[in-house]
Design a protein around this ligand. Structure first.
Ligand code: ANZ
Ligand code: ZN
Length: 878
């Protein structure tokens, strides 16, 4: 029996080195076994791995190790999402070059990742800021330009009038520039966009086929794409009221049924009619300038107070020439959606209701909920958007909403004004084309040249990549590429005239929209992918990442895959066959009396009579235990993976991450639980070593038959094997861990019994013990690979457990050979009985009637009937 403790600090680096030397996690593209591609969202090289990464990569690693053991050619690569603003901020604040900062961070984080013991194929590593990566991205941009999937478009941007620079949405804080504090303006500028809207319907429809994606993620994507079926309606304008004789206003509505509840019309500040009216009305012009100041972020627009300005223009109701509606310019109407104009029906739309309540325009309900008396149905502060029957709506009265929608559409479609119908059915999508231009240095340069004669000229393939200059300076606000003295000055590849490079770089979401494809053949220098390889290795079988990327990253990747297909780089539509969103790691917060936060490491938490109490380690002062929140620097409730690994080892960190909650839920970090995991590691180590002692007596050949103890142990082992196997396949890792614990418990009980008095163990039991030891080690090897290797070696196995095949389940051992039935007398429970599974009814009946509890309950009365519900209940009727 071993008295030695398992020493993770010694063992973990040793096994990591060995895995590395033997390159066992490197997958070969010409491997003939079936492939399995596991991918976790690659990290941004911020400088340090955080605990969320540890969880994310551990989840993927368990699956990767398991699938490898199941005989798949597992592709499990890692890289770096390396472009982005923080590197530029570091350059501004700390005077380090973005490139040096980024690669230093990568080196540091790679070292940390290695210490977790992940089974990654590092031979495929790249960073998106490597010119050897973005070169291909530039090529694909040009291919997309050729295919009409990339275009120039005028877009509104946040403009900082003091710093004279464009700002990203996150650089606009409360309507002001983050550095200058100046009120941000909106400016129209030419931007590069990817034509994702060409795929709106397809991206929507294909969601139905993604049955291994979380429903909530699919729903989020559906809402983001936002398909609505509605009606375009041309409202006539009262020409006497329009600024330049305009005669109609086109609106888009999804609720044509509510037309008789209309109280006003509203147009966007950018609508041509608003612009024309403002030209003649300085007050309106001022109003428009005002509402445009709030930035382009949708969230701001959605939450801003509703504001409007009556233009004096009057529109005519399409079903009643005598009915005039005022036309407002309103801050909640966007030019980018529909036609940039609406009719407002306050009774059935909350925004419209807030608006009319502010401007006293009143409301008329036109849909009455079932069971409600139309005469008494009034709307005050809450719009009614539910089902019902039409009221106050002339020829629509009594219809359902659907019937009314259809009736209005039919009438307006067949009514002509000029030569065109007044109404036209239309499908609209919320999804906008993807603006990819960023006025930033640290991104992938957009490979075009602007020539005064030839306009936009693609950079010739031979000149790719367009690389970033290393000597950019960051002492001025704005785009360092633009400031660079020489970089942008080039000659036109077409006509030789003096020309300028595009100084915009691509949105970093572009970088992450195809990295999964590049991993399939990162060595190809001449093309982004090797289609034959990419088509075989893709799609990613299981993608794992945070739900914060559920919309944009996944949608962009789905689009980009289609664009790559259209330009011949790949032959599939959907990049991720399985998607899993993991929960966060959360932790209690600790605050001093003055409200400042302190780190968990600085606090001592004790459990006493009146609950948990915390004090500061240094001074002993009382600390308030706050709510459990997502780990964040500002709340100081973070734990550093390095510290945990240093103190307990990677296996403990991994086990803890997997044990406490289902992987899609948040897990609460708890030191006590981590210590529990640490104790469990030692227990397993002892258990395996004890089993080695006892298993020594085992014969080499499998015994012909097994006694009771041996069979019980084998059932426990194979039962656990069965449950852990299906558990891992379903990513129910916490359940797997519970089964491993349970098996370890029964294993140790049997060992204790077997080991106590009898030194000469029965050969069949010794054999079963040896088998159980091997199964146990293999079961926890995906979760705690270092401990597993150490045990595997101790078991005398040749080779690595990381390379061993998953154990074969013996299905006969899974069959339960006895069942327990509830025994009732006259419907009341009196006990239970355990019988052989194969037992026939007369046998069961006899066993039940022999029970003392049954005899007692019958109290001498004769038995009239015995009803047996197979495998569940026996009811004795007396
Ligand atoms: C009248 C109406 C009555 C509306 C009612 C809604 C409820 P979805 O479903 O998202 O497509 N709308 C149209 N264009 C708009 C724009 N550019 N900016 C802001 N709002 C706009 O939404 C369609 C509805 O949003 C349209 O239907 C329109 O208001 C509004 F009881 O028309 B509705
Ligand atoms: Zn030219």
């Amino acid at each position: 029996m071993t008295s030695e403790r398992y020493n993770a600090r010694d063992a973990e680096p040793r096994w990591q080195r060995l895995w590395d030397e033997q390159a066992i996690f490197v997958s070969k593209n010409d491997d003939s076994r079936p492939k399995y591609y596991v991918l976790e969202m690659f990290p941004y090289p911020s400088g340090r791995i955080h605990i969320g990464h540890v969880r994310n990569y551990t989840l993927g690693d368990v699956l990767a190790r398991f699938m490898r053991a199941k005989g798949f050619n597992v592709l499990h690569p890692m890289g770096w999402d390396a472009f982005g603003l923080p590197a530029e901020n570091a350059a501004i604040e700390r005077k380090v070059a973005p490139k040096a900062w980024t690669y230093d961070n990568i080196a540091a984080m790679k070292k940390q990742l290695r210490s977790i013991g992940l089974s990654l194929d590092w031979s495929r590593e790249f960073a998106t800021c490597d010119p050897s990566y973005y070169k291909h991205q530039q090529k694909m941009f040009l291919d997309m330009l050729g295919a009409g999937l990339a275009e120039r478009e005028k877009r509104k941007l946040n403009w900082d009038p003091v710093d004279m620079t464009v700002l990203a949405n996150e650089q606009v804080i409360d309507g002001r520039g983050w550095r200058s504090g100046a009120v941000v303006e909106q400016r129209e500028m030419s931007q590069w966009v990817f034509k994702i809207t060409k795929y709106s319907q397809e991206l929507l429809s294909a969601l139905d086929g993604l049955d291994r994606w979380p429903d909530k993620v699919r729903l989020m994507q559906r809402n983001w794409i936002g398909r609505s079926e509605g009606l375009l309606v041309r409202f006539a304008l009262d020409a006497a009221t329009t600024p330049a004789g305009e005669s109609e206003l086109k609106i888009f509505t999804t609720r044509p049924d509510t037309l008789f509840g209309a109280k006003f019309m509203a147009i966007s500040a950018d609508h041509p009619l608003a612009q024309a009216a403002a030209a003649k009305n300085p007050e309106l012009a001022e109003f428009i300038a005002d509402i445009k100041k709030i930035g382009t972020a949708q969230s701001i627009i959605d939450t801003a107070e509703k504001q409007g300005f009556d233009t004096g223009i009057r529109a005519v109701h399409p079903f009643d020439p005598s009915w005039k509606l005022p036309v407002y310019v309103a801050n909640f109407v966007l030019m980018e959606y529909g036609t940039g104009a609406i009719f407002g029906c306050p009774a059935h739309d909350q925004r419209d209701l807030d608006f009319v309540n502010k401007y006293n325009l009143g409301n008329t309900p036109v849909v009455c909920p079932e069971g409600q008396d139309p005469k008494s149905f009034v709307i005050t502060d809450t719009a009614y958007d539910g089902d019902g029957r039409m009221i106050n709506s002339r020829f629509l009265d009594g219809m359902t909403i659907e019937q009314a929608k259809d009736e209005v559409a039919k009438r307006l479609e067949s009514e002509l004004r000029g030569n065109a119908p007044v109404g036209e059915r239309q499908v609209n999508f919320r999804l906008r084309d993807w603006g990819i231009s960023r006025q930033r240095y640290w991104g992938c340069p957009i490979p075009v040249i602007h020539c005064p004669k030839c306009d936009v000229v693609p950079v010739p393939d031979a000149d790719l990549p367009v690389t970033l200059p290393d000597d950019a300076t960051f002492d001025k606000p704005g785009n360092a590429l633009d400031h660079h003295p020489t970089w942008k000055h080039v000659t036109c590849p077409k006509c030789g005239a003096k020309a300028q490079r595009e100084t915009d770089t691509m949105d970093t979401f572009v970088d992450s929209s195809w990295y999964f494809a590049r991993f399939t053949d990162p060595w190809n220098e001449t093309a982004p992918t090797t289609p034959a390889v990419a088509n075989r290795m893709l799609p990613v079988d299981q993608y794992i990442g945070g739900v914060e990327h559920a919309i944009l990253h996944l949608l962009y990747s789905r689009f980009f895959t289609r664009a790559m297909k259209a330009t011949g780089h790949i032959a599939l539509d959907e990049p991720f066959a399985g998607m899993f969103t993991q929960g966060m790691v959360v932790h209690e917060t600790y605050q001093k009396a003055d409200g400042t936060y302190v780190q968990p490491a600085e606090v001592k938490v004790e459990v006493g009579g009146n609950g948990r109490r915390a004090t500061l380690l240094t001074t002993g002062e009382d600390i308030q235990i706050g709510p459990i929140e997502k780990m964040s620097k500002s709340k100081k409730n973070t734990v550093d993976p390095d510290d945990i690994i240093e103190t307990y080892g990677a296996d403990v960190a991994r086990w803890f991450m997997l044990s406490d909650s289902p992987p899609d839920r948040d897990v609460i970090w708890s030191d006590e639980r981590v210590q529990g995991a640490s104790r469990f590691v030692q227990r397993l180590w002892r258990l395996v070593n004890d089993s080695i002692e006892l298993g020594k007596a085992a014969p080499a050949a499998r015994p012909a038959s097994f006694g009771t103890d041996a069979t019980a142990l084998r059932k426990a082992a194979h039962g656990a094997l069965d449950k852990v196997t299906t558990g891992i396949e379903r990513l129910h890792f916490n359940v797997c861990l519970a089964h491993i614990r349970e098996f370890a418990n029964s294993f140790s009980e049997i060992l204790q019994r077997a080991g106590q008095p009898a030194p000469d163990l029965a050969p069949d039991l010794a054999w079963a013990i040896r088998e159980a030891g091997q199964i146990l080690v293999q079961l926890f090897s995906p979760m705690m690979p270092h401990l597993a290797e150490e045990c595997w070696q101790a078991l005398g196995q040749s080779g690595l457990v990381s390379e061993a095949n998953w154990p074969q389940i013996e299905r006969d051992l899974l069959v339960e050979d006895s069942v327990t039935l509830v025994v009732q007398v006259n419907g009341k429970k009196r006990g239970d009985v355990t019988v052989a599974t194969a037992a026939q009814n007369p046998e069961i009946e006899a066993a039940v009637l022999a029970l003392d509890a049954v005899k007692l309950a019958l109290d001498g009365k004769p038995v009239r009937k015995v009803i047996i519900v197979p495998k569940r209940i026996v009811n004795v009727v007396g």
